[in-house]
Design a protein around this ligand. Structure first.
Ligand code: CA
Length: 369
């Protein structure tokens, strides 16, 4: 009897402990919050670059890895090279419809959607990388970019920059405008249109086909990016002259695009983390191009004896005149283009005045003999 009483007391004690424990369990709200914190988002990032392509593809890889680390593993991003999930030029549509949550490419690839979108990558005689970042982050550019992309269910972010590109590889010298006449050059986009009006024959070919096209004479010239990427393609073996500056791409901004629904579904801290990671990659890629271009240029000149040439001033002046014409035409296509160009043009005028007495004056001062 006494033993049974002990058993019953023990059971009652266990029961009361269970009540105490259940009373201590998190409230419903807390457990919901806990579930949100532990949720892991699995995203796909489709890109317009060959997987791991130096600078561009590796930049996309860095972005994915930063988002993972900065979020403490709460967002896992799997990167796909061009053609792995969708072809390069379908990245915009794939992210827009949610096939992938994220994409990495350049805005000028999507001019078929809306020609005004090109302003967010680069335009001939437009902005340098630093100037572009100033316009985007503090000059109203990013606000306009978000407004335009919202129509396509996308959130855009600057996520890389090549810096000033090179003018390209030529198998004959350009001493005057007459030398451009009939020249077959791979030069896409607005730069290609300018080149055409200057008398040349612009061609658009993917990067992988350029070497052979130069070698067989199907092309007389090609532009690609700058010394770092151009050295990797080996153009110095099939073209003699390397021209500067890259008037057609003075500081090409690369973009990350995020499906708006996927972005809106993230808690506020993760949204900030994704955007901050884009900003880091935007700066880091430019730093990488700066460091590697300068080392690659040295290799091209000293080891491969590349003939470096500057475009003559009168050629540049004429290309600039035509560029303004082409860009003004683009700006007059619709109200969106007009608003974006008005913002960019005003900023370019101001920043040009400042650059004269800052960057340009200093760079000149550093080399006065
Ligand atoms: Ca280029």
């Amino acid at each position: 009897m006494k033993k049974n009483k002990h058993v019953i007391t023990g059971l009652l004690l266990l029961l009361s402990m269970a009540v105490v424990i259940s009373g201590c369990s998190p409230k419903e709200g807390d457990s919901k919050q806990k579930a949100v914190i532990e949720k892991v988002y699995h995203w796909k990032m489709v890109t317009t670059w060959p997987k791991n392509f130096p600078g561009l593809g590796t930049g996309a890889n860095n972005l994915a890895s930063l988002i993972d680390k900065m979020s403490g593993g709460r967002i896992k991003v799997k990167v796909y090279g061009a053609k792995e999930l969708v072809p390069a030029f379908e990245v915009f549509d794939a992210v827009s419809r949610g096939t992938a949550e994220m994409g990495h490419g350049a805005a000028y690839y999507w001019k078929g959607k809306n020609e005004a979108i090109q302003f967010f990558s680069t335009i001939p005689f437009g902005l340098t990388a630093d100037e572009m970042n100033g316009w985007l982050y503090h000059g109203g550019g990013l606000k306009l970019w978000r407004e335009v992309y919202a129509q396509y269910n996308l959130v855009p972010a600057a996520a890389g920059n090549t810096g000033v590109q090179m003018g390209g590889w030529f198998n004959r010298e350009i001493k005057s405008l007459a030398d451009i006449k009939g020249l077959k050059m791979r030069i896409p986009g607005l730069g290609g249109e300018v080149f055409k009006r200057a008398g040349g024959t612009p061609v658009n070919l993917p990067g992988g086909e350029l070497y052979t096209a130069l070698q067989t004479g199907a092309l007389d010239a090609t532009e690609w990016v700058g010394p770092y990427n151009d050295l990797a393609f080996g153009f110095y073996k099939v073209a003699k002259y390397y021209y500067y500056p890259g008037w057609h791409e003075p500081g090409t901004t690369l973009e990350a695009i995020i499906n708006k629904k996927a972005f809106d579904a993230l808690p506020a801290d993760l949204q900030e983390i994704v955007l901050a990671a884009c900003k880091i990659v935007n700066q880091d890629m430019l730093a990488e191009y700066m460091a590697r271009n300068n080392a690659a240029l040295e290799t091209l000149i000293n080891e491969h004896h590349v003939q470096l040439r500057a475009f003559p001033d009168d050629v540049l002046k004429e290309l600039r005149r035509i560029s303004d014409e082409v860009v003004e035409e683009l700006a007059n296509k619709d109200d969106t283009a007009k608003r974006i160009y008005a913002s960019l043009k005003k900023y370019r005028e101001q920043v040009t005045a400042w650059d004269e007495i800052s960057e340009r004056a200093f760079l000149r001062a550093r080399t006065i003999k």
